[in-house]
Design a protein around this ligand. Structure first.
Ligand code: EPU
Length: 335
């Protein structure tokens, strides 16, 4: 048993009682069964890019390093990509772009591992992982065996999936199969549309990916340089009546709610911005001034400090606009 720092892009200190690297599916099954039979809490860590960690992680942290990406051509413009959980998401996107495979261009530069991608159903600029997901291979800790879940069984929603809810600790994702290729370009997201208009000329998958990359680099802090987990809050869904109430005090855009949900989705960034939080610093944490939905670790902050600032922002936004913001990343560990 050896304790160690849990990798995380927020760059906060968190020591796991025991930390182990897992290189293949057999090894993962053995480690999980061992932990479960001995009632040792086991936490799966991918890229650590959507985690807010407190200072101690009890039990064992399993760092997934499963590798391998296969591109299988099924037809003219029809591909299956099978990728192991420990690969970087960006390696998959780059591989698809290099082969001229369509679909993933809007999902470029999202930090994190392949295995983490379905947990929050990563999405950006009008596209979501769930649109491409054929199946997910998981280790089922309840039945102690591997099985395959279809996209429907994953119960995807906006930044939601079965892996975040009922099956929080039951399934460990080891592999994804994506079906990509025959998809139209999605270029109507305002920031991306503006970028493409400035670029002029023809628009193809590569130019869309470049436009998305440009917008992301401009607005979002690079987690390899400044600790962050991307959006700290989800965009709230409110009723039409609530929206009228909010609009009485703040000018705000609204969008259709995710499919199957009533109401309208509104940008949390706008509420945080209007409440005056842009660029505000508390302890060693700052609200990113180019996208106030992001909190950054200026260096040496603890997960608790980041959560404290998030709580103050949430209370303030609730007091001013009556909207209860929900945290987007997962919070793990204890102090
Ligand atoms: N806004 C402000 N002030 C700002 C920035 C934004 O008021 O300084 C308002 C504007 O009205 C703007 C709106 O917020 O139109 C939306 O901003 P943006 O386009 O940056 O997108 P977002 O809704 O804040 C979501 C995702 C991001 C994703 C982008 C692009 C969530 C929680 N976040 O942010 O995802 O990259 O859209 O699709 O859904 C992440 O999940 O970690 C993430 C970064």
């Amino acid at each position: 048993m050896s304790s160690g720092q849990v990798p995380n892009t927020l760059r906060v200190e968190c020591i796991a009682d025991d930390i182990r690297w897992v290189h293949d599916e057999q090894d993962l099954a053995e480690q999980l069964v061992h932990a479960d039979m001995n009632q040792i809490p086991a936490t799966i860590v991918g890229g650590g890019s959507n985690l807010v960690l407190r200072t101690r992680l009890p039990g064992v942290a399993l760092l997934l390093k499963l590798r391998g990406i296969a591109f299988e051509r099924l037809g003219d413009d029809d591909w299956r990509i099978v990728a192991a959980a420990g690969e970087d998401w960006q390696t998959v996107v780059d591989g698809a772009l290099q082969r001229g495979i369509g679909g993933l261009e809007n999902l470029t530069l999202i930090p994190g591992s392949v295995g983490a991608a379905p947990v929050q159903n990563i999405g950006a600029y009008g596209r979501e992982l769930s649109e491409f997901l054929e199946s997910v291979t998981v280790f089922d800790r309840q039945h102690r065996c591997y099985s395959t879940l279809t996209g429907v069984q994953c119960a995807f929603g906006y930044r939601e999936s079965v892996f975040k809810r009922d099956a929080l600790n039951r399934y460990v994702i080891t592999r994804l199969a994506l079906r990509v290729g025959r998809t139209a370009l999605v270029t109507n997201y305002p920031d991306v549309a503006r970028e493409l208009a400035d670029h002029g000329g023809g628009v193809d998958r590569k130019t869309v990916a470049d436009a998305v990359a440009k917008v992301r680099r401009r607005k979002l802090p690079d987690p390899t340089r400044i600790g962050n987990v991307g959006s700290f809050f989800k965009n709230p869904v409110v009723t039409e009546a609530e929206l009228d109430g909010i609009r009485a005090v703040v000018d705000i855009d609204d969008y259709p709610a995710p499919s199957g949900t009533a109401g309208r989705k509104i940008p949390a960034a706008r509420l945080i911005d209007a409440a005056g939080w842009k660029g505000v610093r508390k302890d060693r944490v700052e609200v990113w001034s180019r996208q106030p939905l992001v909190l950054v670790n200026l260096g040496g902050a603890t997960g608790g400090e980041v959560l404290d600032l998030a709580a103050v922002i949430r209370d303030d936004v609730y007091g001013k606009y009556g909207v209860a913001l929900e945290l987007e990343p997962a919070v793990l560990g204890s102090d």
